[in-house]
Design a protein. Sequence first.
Length: 395
Amino acid sequence: MSIRDVYIVDAVRTPIGRFGGALSAVRPDDLAAHVVRSLVDRVPALDPARIDDVYFGDANGAGEDNRDVARMAVLLAGLPTSVPGVTLNRLCGSGLEAVIQAARAIALGDASVAIAGGVESMSRAPWVLQKPERAFPAGHQQLYSTTLGWRMTNPRMPAEWTVSLGEGAELVADKHTLTREQQDAFALASHRKAAEAWGKGLYDGEVVPYPGVELTRDECIRDTTSMEALAKLKPSFRSEGGTVTAGNASPLNDGAAALLLVDEEGLRETGREPLARIRASAVTGIEPQLFGLGPVEAVRRALDKAGRSFADLTTFELNEAFAAQSLGCLAEWPELDPEIVNPRGGAIAIGHPLGASGARLAGAVAHQLAAAGSGTGLAALCIGVGQGLALVLER
């Protein structure tokens, strides 16, 4: 059996909304359906019935995104009922995992045409209530927010593994002696690059606003922020000596993204030139509290599988869960030119809707490679509970 080449024909995403912001009134299954429908509409030569499967990442899945949001997106988007859908959960890496799984199915000949993407509405993530140990309890019951992070933690987990995500970022800052000023400067650069990219129209070809919602640009970009403004924010996780703040961490967000993946036969049917070709991927694990450094080894393995090195990269989209986390990874890749990382801004400015972020990154790399005309790109994320995920693309 021969391994087939896998191509990305197109990629779209919504503008990323802030927590409680412009997209908070939109159900996550509707967000997912919107990017699926928009993607299909952009490739009119392709019969939607030819789509073999739809893969969607979703990190929480506790609310309106339950019951296999990928399949719900297919139905709500008006695709033929013959098109199936599967939802994947690798927490922050879910959207990229969807791309990798779809690519793997095509490479092995199980599919010819697939959609991969991700969605998250952190605004609409519900509170959940566990069932009581016995019937008719007289006391109060605990509600858990499903928006972000640990909940209903298994008591068998070592305490050092279950620290908050922010404390995990502080641990990375400790490990690499990262100052508050370094983190704030990284965050400021993210906002400036994102604002500049939007100002130049660099996102116009991939962002599809949600109908009826007045949001045409990522909602959390702060064009006028400054080092002085960021310095005024209090540490969020350590009262004494803390360096991680709301200003140098990614916000809570809502959004969705989707990509169209095909083999050679599917590519001919689209009548399109692909944005990029998928070359290799890798996933690795690390101590849960050091989740922020998860991409370090995953990136090295993915590059090795692709037969490439850091010197071969022309663009690199690294998810900015925290400035400390991103800077920690960069410190462990001394061979990498930091100037090619997140050239159009990162998640600190753009946002991090958990299940969608990996698909957003993969789509961003594909569009950047297409704009350049050639090159090698990489998308990578850290993942809560200690994992890293990376994907290499080429054009």
